[in-house]
Design a protein around this ligand. Structure first.
Ligand code: NAP
Length: 202
């Protein structure tokens, strides 16, 4: 398979790329990293990426940002960061990318545990994750040519514990191998419309 991985140089993305590279051709994309350049917050940039990369068998997005801040300090603009990047960025990848997926191909999006178990400072990130879950459940009913779509929603990964642990009191970190397997299940399995939750006791 040819697999396009947006965010393939990130904490999770790097490990997912290493895994898929053993069996598949992997193309990595990011704003400042990878084989192809893309800013998912900009639909023109997404269209240009697909035009330069061409047809693929799977698109995996492990990228997207949202502002983390106390709700009483959040401006309207602050919310738009998550809406434009993590939410519409991933929606636009599917909207534009459906024309570049080979028959029977798949999309795999990324959200996170905040959709189901938010912590403080995450009104934007949690909201956006929940929106993507609903989007995946709806769009799987309409994608054509056997194209599948799933979303991987994991807890705090063990590789990111140092950076984020303080925000997730009492959460059990998820071993990276389990997170990688979520992406493998989506790309190499046959399921569609699935929210692949990888949580531990939350
Ligand atoms: N870390 C965790 O524990 C965890 C748990 C659950 C879910 N998640 C979610 O998983 C995703 C990845 O997390 P991570 O910890 O691996 O993040 P990370 O280390 O910051 O990596 C993010 C990657 O995405 C790319 N990227 C960011 N914004 C982009 C944009 N607008 N357009 C294109 N590429 C972009 C970055 O590359 P460039 O800078 O070159 O663009 C980078 O390669 C995030 O959505 C995060 O919320 C993370």
């Amino acid at each position: 398979m040819v697999i396009l991985i947006i965010g393939g140089e990130g904490t999770i993305g790097k490990k997912v790329c290493n895994h898929f590279s053993k069996k598949h051709e992997v193309i990595v994309a990011g704003r400042n990293s990878g084989d192809a350049k893309v800013d998912i917050a900009d639909s023109k940039s997404i269209a240009e990426m697909f035009e330069s990369v061409g047809n693929v068998d799977a698109v995996v997005c492990i990228a997207g940002e949202a502002k983390w801040a106390a709700f009483d300090t959040m401006t309207e603009e602050d919310f738009y960061l998550g809406l434009k990047s993590k939410l519409m960025g991933q929606v636009n990848l599917v909207r534009i990318g459906q024309d570049y997926l080979n028959n029977g191909g798949s999309f795999t999006l990324t959200t996170g545990i905040l959709a189901d178990h938010p912590v403080v400072l995450t009104t934007s990130a949690a909201m956006v994750n929940g929106g993507i879950h609903s989007f995946v459940k709806a769009v799987c009913l309409e994608l054509k040519d056997g194209i599948r779509i799933n979303v991987v929603s994991s807890g705090l990964v063990d590789d990111a514990v140092e950076k984020y642990e303080a925000y997730f009191p009492g959460h059990n970190p998820i071993p990276m191998k389990k997170v990688i397997n979520g992406y493998v299940r989506s790309v190499e399995g046959k399921g569609t419309g699935e929210i692949i939750r990888i949580y531990d006791n939350c």
